[in-house]
Design a protein around this ligand. Structure first.
Ligand code: ATP
Length: 390
């Protein structure tokens, strides 16, 4: 059987890995591809705060899941002590001693291969498929291949690949800055967000791609309006624009869910829900949306809180809470009576705008015969006392 194997720390697995493996599997016509996440790699220490081995295995499964003939092997993750490719290769060869076993590796690994533990033995028993990690490395690969053939009788084939210029190290730092999603398979990015790995901050466009399906199409213009308004307000008033954008993108995320499902999310997150009465139906999504934003998208406590209070408001709101509340109220698609006065005030005096909008909201609720949530009255009373907030 013609098998390939591809090992790496996969911390996290990225499109560089996936495209290289795809190209090798296609060009070599592999019948099976083993993905082998490394346990403790001999050549590098995993950075502090790295995902658990189980999380790296799950990410690898998400990244390579669509490959035909895929085997995800956790041998190195489970093996105590350091991971050596030689031990893995012995085990793979024992499974199929007559077969052809291909090691997939990039130029960086290929350059050091003879110096790995039992490297010369590896070169004698394996076939090696090498692809460039950076543009223009073809000549280097061919020269090394020629040398290894001469010196070790190695069997090497160069894989044609337009490299994706990224490494897991670079990605980990991009993710902390709210960047890098374009280098990750979408399910891996979603997993990183959900589990808050690498101190990730969501990248708005990638977050929107994941969140969009949660909304009814008719709600999308409102969410996008709120998103841009929240960013404008955050810039105007010195809040974090990325937090504001994240909260706005997710603020109505559970709106189309049945109430039962929303209550389940709140229970799972431990979000207290006010006594459930018919008039609270309209605000339940704020509580459940905050829970979903945390459970599914791993948002920060500040963003969770801004989503949680975006409908009712509350006394002593944080700057981010005020911004998301107001963005929801004044975004360009809104045509509530009196909204223009709030719009004008929002860029001059945030608390005045909020006071005006809360007054309008309470009047409207009373006119409709709804009992407002007590937090809305408390929000207004707090502002009317002239207190400025958190
Ligand atoms: P780190 O930045 O943490 O060192 P890495 O991105 O180099 O990680 P590893 O998991 O250590 O990834 O590498 C596993 C294998 O993937 C190696 O053979 C390496 O050459 C290859 N590889 C890594 N990045 C790329 C890339 N962008 N394109 C092609 N191959 C890659």
């Amino acid at each position: 059987m013609k098998r390939g194997f591809f090992g790496g720390t996969f911390n996290p697995p990225h499109l560089g890995h996936v495209r290289a493996a795809e190209a090798a599997a296609r060009q070599l016509e592999l019948e099976s591809l083993c993905i082998i996440p490394a346990g403790t790699p001999p050549h590098k220490k995993l950075p502090d705060g790295s995902p658990t081995p189980e999380q790296r295995r799950e990410m690898a499964e998400l990244a390579f899941g669509s490959f035909s003939g895929l085997r995800l092997l956790d041998w190195e993750l489970l093996r105590p002590g350091r991971s050596y490719t030689a031990d893995t290769v012995e085990r793979l060869l024992a499974e199929d001693p007559e077969g052809e076993l291909w090691l997939l590796c990039g130029t960086d690994m290929f350059e050091t291969l003879p110096h790995w533990y039992r490297g010369k033995w590896l070169l004698s028993v394996l076939h090696v498929a090498v692809y460039p990690r950076e543009a223009g490395q073809e000549e280097l690969i061919d020269e090394l291949a020629e040398r290894y053939r001469r010196e070790y009788n190695a069997r090497v084939r160069r894989i044609e690949l337009t490299p994706t210029a990224v490494s897991s190290t670079l990605l980990r730092s991009l993710l902390r800055e709210g960047k890098g999603a374009e280098y990750l398979p979408e399910p891996v990015y979603a997993y990183i967000l959900k589990n808050r790995l690498y101190a990730v901050r969501p990248e708005p466009e990638a977050l929107w791609k994941l969140a969009e399906g949660w909304y009814k199409p008719s709600r999308i213009p409102h969410v996008l309006g709120c998103r841009s308004e929240a960013v404008r307000l955050a810039r105007r008033w010195g809040a974090d624009p990325l937090d504001a954008e994240t909260a706005a993108i997710l603020h109505d995320i559970t709106k189309k869910m049945p109430a039962e499902e929303q209550l389940r999310l709140c229970r799972e997150r431990g979000t207290p829900v006010p006594d459930y009465r018919p008039e609270l139906e309209a605000m339940l999504h704020a509580f459940s949306g905050a829970a979903a934003a945390t459970l599914e998208f791993g948002v920060s406590p500040e963003v969770e809180s801004a989503i949680r209070w975006h409908t009712t408001g509350r006394a002593d709101m944080s700057l981010l809470e005020k911004i998301v509340w107001l963005a929801d109220y004044i975004e360009p698609n809104r045509s509530t009576p009196g909204v223009d006065a709030v719009r004008a005030a929002a860029y001059k005096n945030l608390d005045e705008a909020l006071t005006l909008a809360l007054e309008h909201s309470l009047e409207y609720l009373e006119w409709k015969g709804f009992t407002p949530h007590p937090a809305t009255r408390e929000a207004l009373a707090f502002l009317q006392r002239g207190e400025t907030g958190r």
